[in-house]
Design a protein around this ligand. Sequence first.
Ligand code: IPT
Length: 966
Amino acid sequence: MRIARLSAVVLLVIALMGPVPVGAAPAAERHTVAYDRYSVTVDGRRVLVQGAEFHYFRLPSPDLWRDVLEKIRAGGFNTVSLYFDWAYHSPRPGVYDFTGVRDIDRLLGMIDDLGLYAVVRPGPYINAETTGGGFPAWLKLVPGLARTSAPGYTAAYTEWLSRVNPIIARHQVTRGGPVLLYNVENEYQVNTDAAYMQALQDKARADGIDVPIVTNVCCDAGSWASTWGSGPGAVQIPGVDDYPQSFDCANAETAWGPWGEGVTERVRTDGPGYAAEYQAGAIDLNDTGYERCRELTGPEYMRFFYKNNAIASGSTMFSYYMTFGGTNWGWLSQPNDVYTSYDYGAAITEGRQLTTKYDEFKRQGYFLAAARPLTKTDPAPGPVSGNPAVQAAARANPDTGTQFVLVRHTDRAASTDDASTLDWNTPDGRYRVPVTVTGRGAQILVAGLDLGGQRLVYSTSELMTHATIDGRDIAVLYGSGGDGSGGAGSRGDGDRGTAGETVLRYRERPRVRVVEGTVASSFDPATGDLRLAYRHDGLARVEITGGGRRPALLLLGTHETVASFWRMDTGRGPVLVRGAHLVRNASVHAETLRLRADAAAGGPIEIFAPAKRVTVNGTATPVRRTASGSLLGTLRGPDPVRLPELTGWRGHDEAPEARPDFDDSRWTVADRTTSLSPYPPVTQPVLYADEYGYHYGNVWYRGRFTATGAETAVKLNAITGRRGSYLVWLNGRYLGTAKGGVEADAEPNNPDPGPGTFAVPPGLLTPGQPAVLSVLVENMGHNDDWTVDDNRMRQPRGLVGAAIVTAGASVPVSWRIQGAGPADPVRGPLNNGGLYGERNGWSLPGSVDRRWPAIGALAGTAVPPGVSWYRTSFRLDLPRGHDVSVALNFDGPLPTGHRVMIFLNGWNLGLYGGGMGPQTRFVLPAGLLRDGAVNTLALAVTAREPSVLGPVNLVTLGVQRGGTAG
Ligand code: IPT
């Protein structure tokens, strides 16, 4: 074991400080973090890290962080993995903000309150489909190749780490907090600067990071191992990123591991296997919609690939990317891969709803937590399968002998149902065990496991969890064959009706009482084996007493029925709850179980707990004792929700910048002739928006020239990132629009959009008179920097070329540029761009629209080319003690001629239509959406052609009684 922390010095300092002054917070409990080839340990106890990737910056409402974190914990996770996004915190060099929605100290405190661990990933580079891959756009103006030891870049990232590391450091496990592991960089293996990787680690250590340092390796772990596995730059625990299903959500039905089996490779032999990012959803590369991404990575995929990975690799550290994806609000997205929603097809939707994927996480996560011997296993000789189509691979714990056997098809693509008999040498004897692999199923079967006071010899059902409650051992098991959720090769009826057998061992014949269901039992006095045989159907209940052991209750279910169980650990031991939509927390006080739980519908709730009385969200809930010794009560469903209609809209045309007489004298003169960008401008001067400090969102250009009368056209070129475009006016006349380019150095055989030629209408220009060209460029977020050498983070935004085509002498143009004002102190640097309305507060709540013309309903409103704003306000009154997820819903066909930028109470919550992606519903997160108060919606519509607006309304994405306030 390597001790990752040298605590002696710290302890000495504390000792010298003397007693803690009265009134100070008690010193948090300190722990030791270490690891060996099997697992990470905390104070010597092995931890199986079941991690959920969560991006706080994609959920701009700290109270909802708690909601999602509680859902993550209830789903069987013990860890959250967090990127920290440099760009999100820093509007300009030297300026950092960790307040409000950026308060990561609060976030880490919350994670600690919930008893979760955290893997922190502060980059500096994070990728993650965030603008610049996490790099603030101001870094484009800093000399030195990013993600290397170049001095300029080093100074910049040192600034970031000097701010973020101390916050992280005080929340480490070693100081009584949740931070268990510290991740440097992101998939750096395609790059080569070992000194940089080392410098990041030295910086972390100098800033007080004393937990193990990890990194996430992509694609080819081998090359990393040989180059970086030891020596400068090597981290203590390298992890691997695996995305076996790739990202083609359009082919959800047929994909079955296009990127391979997806088994996490062990990179170093002296550390545990670590699945740093294991695919749990997908970016919607083809604009197919995230529901298809959820199918691509649905329960079937999770069962096969996650179980396969766990047993084949013996990894004990997993992080699932993403478990909750969230929203690319403001200009957070890297536009070439994603649009506003970062739902990711994850287990918890963008609207914070639980899916069947969540159920699968729960089944597997509860198992990983309950099967403690899994934290230390070696490959073991597996049972011999009588049918070559069925494979049985095994791992065993060298101390307890417990075996974990993965049963799957030998050919991973096989979708038939196949039976086999395993010749299984278990720790408790040799058995012939019948198994069935249905469709693309995979099961982890266990042999030789102590279930509290019971001895599980083996079972052909899968174990979900076991708990000792009130002196009785309760185990929840379920069948093979899936949950019937559909997908390639899946059985429509799931595991209903499949056979199961569970063998337990006793000193003498125990009493067996089948409380519910049909279960046959037989006892073999020679071995002490009690064999239970049954078909998985509903939830069978078997009580076993005597036999020389304490009482036991087996709950034998199906995928579906066991998914309704929740396990919570209280100060008085574990409790099991069946029937609520979600259980957030449980505690036992005297003989009362206090539950915090959500109900999506009224119905029964069943509780196994050391208690006689129950309160749910503070309200006493009558319960009665059942034949299984549980408590049964009734949960109240939610009250009806009424959402207001969106009426009373007022509208205002914008874009005075297009008019020749607009006063731009305070705009920035565009006079730069050079840029650090390796992508040279097409014309002079340099018009790249970043060069003038306009980093996010729309920018305006105004070019003045003296007309000769010989002008025939205007030639422009802009790089906006995918989905951006630009609009052009000459002397106030709209000339048209073109798509912005994605990259300045696009392949010649795959030409990028960007260039646009606009004919000058005859008579528009008067020879000898001043003329004004106005261009609105809809910049999207910035490119990422996955590979260092092509310096993609320096891809320009805005105009990259502009010229007047003339039959006569060339026409010089003088340019001015205007973009976003100073960063919004509350909403942060990524909230706003440079539309006139944004610069003048039209996106904010307040009464700027008092004198705007009333237009009534939005649907049917004609919009001229250019920019128009529409505002309304509405009062929201949701039922108390409920969690209502609300979205703004656009009906009708996706518009192509205009796009809508959505502001709720000033927060930029996304882009609809106009090639922005297939999204029609935009989450309005509670917190930003104010309950019991008036809310302001402002829509900035950029029309590239005359357009008509469609209907828009509020919808619910989920309604539960309960919630974080419950
Ligand atoms: C992996 C990145 O590490 C992560 O930040 C995110 O971008 C993810 O992909 C895709 O959503 S990169 C790997 C797929 C090559």
